[in-house]
Write a protein that binds this ligand. Structure first.
Ligand SMILES: [Mg+2]
Length: 227
């Protein structure tokens, strides 16, 4: 069974951040407060997303006191917008090859239900992944620092014998699948643009068994170890 992370594994999470900033900018432009371009410029100049919302809300409040366009309003627009994001090169081809080989594909991701489901649909992943095999921490109540999401996949797929997990984050993606005997693969952050750095010091049990630069490379590992 081929199980994948979502953020910074199937698409670039920074693209989601920019997509959310544009959704906020569009709403502000429609309200006549400022252009989308100006809003996105202010948001992208900040170092963190929270800092970006505070900075833009303060700017709006200076011009228009008591405005309803607060930082909290921006958080809501960001979390519930329909994202413009796309799969990394090679992902769709890899999933097609796995599906044609009769392999089952699943996703384990940490985040809010509505946000992660919107990404799942925007990326067209419903073509490849059954909804019972989309595991979101906001729905199960346990993130990948716990074995629960991995145990759910095993219990929902009793016919499966071998499991693989591909992710990007050594802080939490590989510890539990390693201890459960899964094959673990880290997708290297080639461009250095991931939200969570891979340059962190972790114990051996947190490291993936293999590191790849692309999904087709992961497919080759799957053929070598899982068939
Ligand atoms: Mg990730």
């Amino acid at each position: 069974m081929f199980v994948s992370d979502l953020d910074d594994t199937l698409y670039h999470e920074i693209d989601y951040v920019i997509s959310g900033y544009h959704a906020i900018g569009r709403a502000l432009e429609q309200s006549g407060l400022m252009s989308e371009c100006e809003a996105v410029g202010v948001l992208t100049a900040a170092e963190t997303t929270a800092g970006a919302f505070d900075r833009l809300a303060a700017l709006i409040d200076r011009k228009n006191q008591g405005s309803r366009f607060t930082a909290q309003w921006m958080v809501e627009v960001y979390r519930y917008h329909t994202p413009h994001i796309s799969l990394l090169p090679g992902v769709a081809e890899t999933f097609e090859a796995l599906r044609n080989a009769g392999e089952t594909i699943a996703i384990i991701t940490d985040g809010r239900s509505a946000t992660q489901r919107a990404k799942f649909i925007a990326l067209g992943l419903d073509r490849f992944v059954d909804s019972a095999n989309l595991i979101i921490s906001g729905e199960t109540g346990a993130d990948k620092r716990s074995p629960l999401p991995f145990e759910i996949i095993v219990s929902r797929n009793p016919d499966q014998r071998r499991f693989l997990y591909i992710g990007d984050n050594p802080a939490k993606d590989f510890r539990w699948p390693n201890s459960m005997g899964w094959l673990t693969i880290m997708l290297r952050d080639i461009r250095g643009c991931n939200i969570h750095s891979q340059q962190i010091d972790v114990a051996e049990c947190f490291r993936a068994a293999h590191t790849v630069d692309s999904y087709p490379e992961a497919l080759r590992l799957w053929r070598r170890f899982m068939l």
